[in-house]
Design a protein around this ligand. Sequence first.
Ligand code: ZN
Length: 157
Amino acid sequence: MGLRKIFTDKDPALHKVCRPVTKFDRRLHNLLDDMKETLADAAGVGLAAPQVGILRRVVVVDTGEEILELVNPVILETSGEQEGQEGCLSVPGKYGIVKRPMNVKVRAQDRNGNWFEAEGEELIARCFCHELDHLDGILYTEKMERFLTDEELEAQD
Ligand code: ZN
């Protein structure tokens, strides 16, 4: 167990397509444990494996009730639309306006390889989309309308 270094958008790891997980072994479990610890330490909502330099399809999401471990996740369904503020632990200090679906249903494997489904709305739906994009090397900055201005950020403090 331990904290992992969070890579920034300057690092090539953030721009690559990640490979599926095929071995549900101790190494995967260590990665998931470290990612959960790193997410909690950074006070984030979600973290994807490429953000800690591992090019595998692994994501953790803090729903507020539990920390979901999503291995090889895919989006099954989306509905509605929301436009709002989004940030990323790999793009520190910045926030952008991004359009996302309001509801998202995903299918993923757990740390032992069992498939399950999870649904999220609002912030969690946004987080599912954001983190799954990471697995394809896509950052929110490529999808946003614009960054928030310093004045807008200050008004929120
Ligand atoms: Zn991110």
